[in-house]
Design a protein around this ligand. Structure first.
Ligand code: ADP
Ligand code: MG
Length: 393
């Protein structure tokens, strides 16, 4: 689960990570009042679940409360489009009014779980304030990584090593090492999947401070953090992903594709996307119905896929184990009739009640091409795509 910058900064502060003074505002008048209270220059920051706000006009420096009010009025109620959002952007309902910091240097600091090592890894770089993906690609030697220990945590000497790698001035080394140790506690104690400070800033007066903050909380651990679960902001999420989440389905929207993929199981999803590529098209999404699925959930799954306007053809790849193929087939047929969806489908079904599933599909009168298996599905999909014109429906 993603949370807003102002919420992330609240957490940081509770763990002793310094952040600029700030207040959140929902109206231009509140923004003005906050700026008056903070005094001096402030930055007005759109609160959305996306980075790249600076370049997109979502972070503005205001010299006085008048300007802060004006910038807030310009952001609130709009959709902010950044390189991390889709073209439709995400709604700005709140702005953070933060004290402007005199920046001497912008650094980068993050913690993620390293999938290979299975432990939290701290990533630090002297190249802050820019996209870290670009640093990783062009100058990977500028990324410094230190793995934490699941039992011992991050040792103080590791924190000092990282502070040294960040090349902060000698006078700020101690404070930076302390900040890193505290950030590690934020990560572990809140069950985060990501904590990212970009930029971490050295101020002209030599202080170290987290100017931006991004926190992702691990969904599967939220039951241990009831207070954090309430930070959820559904408005920031993709509508279909949200709908899927509510139906306990794993749905991921992918950019630029035209094939909707319905599968059961993450491995099968990967293989299905591979064969889609092989067939000469890109997946528009994939929806994992999981192990056990009843007819109602399949119906909802199908409706979600056809609601994606990029989808021109649907590939259903099912290996029925606990989920029964006939139940899935019936769910698809019900949903297709109910939504009056005319999209062609390529269906590969194996496993429990696969014959019955195929019979239901064949007798449904829908535009369905059956495929014997994964390889067969690839060929059928390729042939169907060849017969279709590209472009949107
Ligand atoms: P995003 O990552 O979404 O672009 P940031 O919070 O990182 O948003 O802000 C972008 C840039 O704006 C920062 O790299 C920094 O240069 C500037 N900035 C952000 N907050 C402040 C602040 N409180 N004082 C001064 N400059 C700021
Ligand atoms: Mg940033």
């Amino acid at each position: 689960m993603n949370i807003h910058e102002y919420q992330a900064k609240d957490i940081l502060q509770r763990f002793g990570v310094p952040v600029p003074r700030g207040e959140v505002a929902s109206t231009p008048a509140e923004a003005r009042a906050a700026a008056e209270k903070l005094g001096g220059q402030v930055v007005v920051k759109a609160q959305v679940h996306a980075g790249g706000r600076g370049k997109a006009g979502g972070v503005k420096l205001a010299s006085n409360p008048d300007e802060a009010e004006k910038y807030a009025a310009g952001m609130l109620g709009t959709q902010l489009v950044t390189h991390q959002t889709g073209p439709q952007g995400v709604p700005v309902r709140k702005v953070l009014i933060a004290e402007a910091t005199d920046i001497a240097d912008e650094l980068y600091l993050s913690i993620i779980v390293d999938g290979d090592l299975g432990v939290p890894v701290v990533i630090a770089s002297t190249e802050g304030g820019v996209e870290i993906e670009v640093v990783a690609e062009k100058t990977p030697e500028k990324l410094f990584r230190v793995a934490g220990d699941p039992l011992l945590g991050l040792s103080p000497y590791h924190a000092r090593d990282i502070a040294a790698a960040l090349k902060v001035p000698a006078s700020a080394q101690r404070a930076t090492a302390a900040l890193i140790s505290n950030l590690y506690r934020v990560f572990v104690e809140n069950d985060c999947s990501l904590v990212e400070i970009n930029p971490l800033v050295i101020t002209k007066s030599g202080d170290v401070i987290a100017l931006d903050a991004k926190i992702n909380l691990e969904d599967d651990a939220l039951f241990r953090h009831k207070d954090l679960a309430s930070l959820h902001d559904p408005e920031q999420e993709d509508e279909l992903e949200l709908r899927a989440h509510e139906a306990d389905l794993a749905y991921v929207k992918l950019d630029g594709g035209r094939v909707g993929c319905m599968v059961n199981g993450a491995g099968l999803a990967m293989a299905t996307m591979d064969i889609t590529k092989w067939a000469g098209a890109d997946p528009a999404n994939f929806l994992d119905i999981g192990g056990s699925a009843d007819e109602k959930r399949i119906e909802e799954a199908f409706k979600i896929i056809v609601s994606d306007k990029d989808v021109e053809i649907i590939l259903v790849n099912l290996f029925a184990g606990i989920a029964r193929a006939d139940v899935v087939a019936q769910g698809i047929v019900n949903a297709a009739k109910e939504t009056d969806a005319k999209l062609p489908m390529v269906v590969a079904m194996r496993g429990t009640n696969a014959d019955e599933g195929r019979r239901i599909l064949n007798e449904s009168g829908l535009d369905i091409s059956a495929a014997p298996d994964l390889a067969g599905a690839a060929e059928v999909l390729r042939d169907r795509l060849a017969g279709m014109k590209g472009g949107s429906r």
